[in-house]
Every structure is written in C-alpha cells, then in structure tokens.
Design a protein around this ligand. Structure first.
Ligand code: E4P
Length: 287
C-alpha cells in the first residue's frame, strides 16, 4: 500500500510489462512507468527474437513498442506511461513531433519523451500547444531544465515532466543528486507547471535522496523498487543524509526562468551520447 506520507509519485523504469505486474504486486500501487528505446530492446520478447536472429522491420518494431506500451497502460490506467521518440543527431523537430503525435494516440495516459535538445524542445513547444503531454529526457543541466520550463509555458501541471539523469552524472564522478536539488530550487521561482522526474536511478540511496528532496516523481528500475518493498517502503526521516562519497559537487547557478528558451545553453555531451546510445539500441533491432 502507498505510505500515507508519500507525496512523490513512484514510477517504474522498464520496458517489460511483466515487471510492471510484479512491482504492483510488491508495492501495492504504482503511479506510472517510463520506457526508452534501450529498455524496449531489453524486453524479454525482443531479446528472444534477437537471440533467434530475427530482426524487426520498421513497421514491426513500432507495432511491438505499441503492444508493450498498451499492456503497461492497461496495468496502470490511472498512471502515466512515457513513450520515447526515435531521435538521432539528424532528426528534426518536425519528425519528432510527427512520431510523438502518433505515439500519443496509442494509449490514453501517454507522456511523450523528447530529448532536451534544441530540436527536442522545438517539438515539445508545439506538442504542448496540441495537448500532447511531454517528458523531456536526457537532461543534465539546470540550463536545459530552464529551457524546458520556457518552451512549455502555458501548459498545466501534469502535462510536462523534465527528467534529469542522476546515475549517468554519477558515472562520470559528479554528484547527480545535486542537479535534482538545484532544479527543484530553481523551479520554486516558477509557476509549477513542470514536474521534476528523477531518472537514471541506480540504487536505493538515489531513491531515498530524491524522496527527501521532494522530487515530484521518481522513476526507478525494478531492482530498486523491489529493494524498497523489502525495506517496508521506508521513507527518509528527519535525520536522513545522502552520502555522495567521492562524487564531485555540482554548484547551483542563479538562472532566471524568464529568458526566451533558445537563449539558454542547451548543450551537454551526455545528452548527445544518450541520443547516440538510444538510437543505436533501437537500430540494432531493425533489419
Ligand atoms: C528514464 O526515463 C530514463 O530513460 C532512464 O532512467 C535512464 O536510466 P539509465 O541511465 O540507467 O539508462
């Protein structure tokens, strides 16, 4: 059962509906799920197919993604399910928007993931005007989060998520949890229309720290949510302190939310690398 003091929404980060079912059984509730091309490529059905040496056609892979997302959506009809567009270096905003609109029609509770790049933000700017809910992924800086805020102004709470990636910053020695704390602080100056979704969660400490910071949403992989259930869905108490160990602190920047979104520096090398990895994992499934 959902702990009565839990405000943060809890999502599962997975492309496997079997995991959705199991997490609902373990936690007794689930508020949503995030998927991405890498997670769909690791889905047991796509792995089996890959092992048999059978690849998908472009139509078949989209159809497969649609079927899996439909299964997930049916398990959490009250929740949100994030579906990610295909985007590589050359994908235009128009192409992302076209895919996003199509994917949004798959299920009634979709959020469409666009990358936090100029093209991704241009797509999101149009998407929210067309009432397509969005989840801006591969966010690694406060500037990118400020641009998400600016590009989606006018949207209502619940229509826009931003997903800062904690684990991938940790992987290169930076304290990813600092980014969550800084974006939440920066957004306090705003109108509250963008919800912070802590993503790339690797362990229970990330999860507990994000709860303590008051992240609007946390998306965690199966193992972390399972461990949380084994610990009795514990919540961080007043004495909880996150231990970043040797990770380098990321400093807070005073960034006004009032600039035109294209005036923020949108570049981060992990965003580029992330798009490369997602598109490579997706392309590996296609014949
Ligand atoms: C969620 O929306 C993200 O795609 C996911 O958390 C990425 O996690 P990873 O850095 O472990 O791949």
């Amino acid at each position: 059962m959902r702990p009565k003091d839990l405000v943060t929404k809890i999502f599962l980060d997975s492309g496997d509906p079997g995991e959705t079912r199991e997490i609902i059984r373990l936690l007794g509730f689930l508020d949503g799920q995030t998927t991405n091309p890498t997670l769909i490529s690791k889905n047991p059905a796509s792995l089996q197919r890959f092992e048999r040496g059978e690849k998908f056609s472009r139509e078949e892979i989209l159809d497969f993604y649609r079927q899996e997302v439909n299964k997930i959506s049916a398990l959490i009809p009250q929740g949100s399910v994030s579906i990610e567009v295909y985007a590589d270096r050359s994908t235009t905003a128009g192409a992302m928007l076209q895919q996003g609109r199509f994917m949004f029609s798959w299920i009634p509770n979709a959020h469409i993931k666009f990358p936090s790049t100029e093209e991704g933000l241009r797509a999101a700017e149009q998407a929210v005007k067309q009432e397509v809910r969005v989840n801006m992924t591969l966010c690694f800086t406060q500037e990118q989060a400020a641009a998400v805020y600016g590009a989606t102004k006018g949207a209502k709470k619940g229509e826009v998520f931003v997903s800062p990636f904690v684990g991938r910053l940790d992987d290169r020695g930076e304290n990813g949890m600092d980014l969550i704390s800084h974006i939440l602080k920066m957004y306090r100056e705003g109108d509250g229309h963008v919800e912070v979704l802590t993503a790339s969660v690797r362990n229970l400490d990330h999860f507990l720290c994000a709860l303590k910071l008051g992240s609007d949403i946390i998306s965690a992989p199966f193992n972390v949510l399972k461990e949380w259930s084994e610990k009795g869905l514990l919540l961080p108490g007043d004495n909880y302190v996150y231990q970043p160990g040797s990770l380098k602190a990321i400093s807070f920047k005073e960034i006004p939310l009032t600039h035109y979104w294209r005036d923020y520096n949108l570049h981060h090398e992990l965003t580029d690398k992330g798009m490369e990895r997602f598109s490579a994992d997706w392309n590996a499934l296609i014949r």
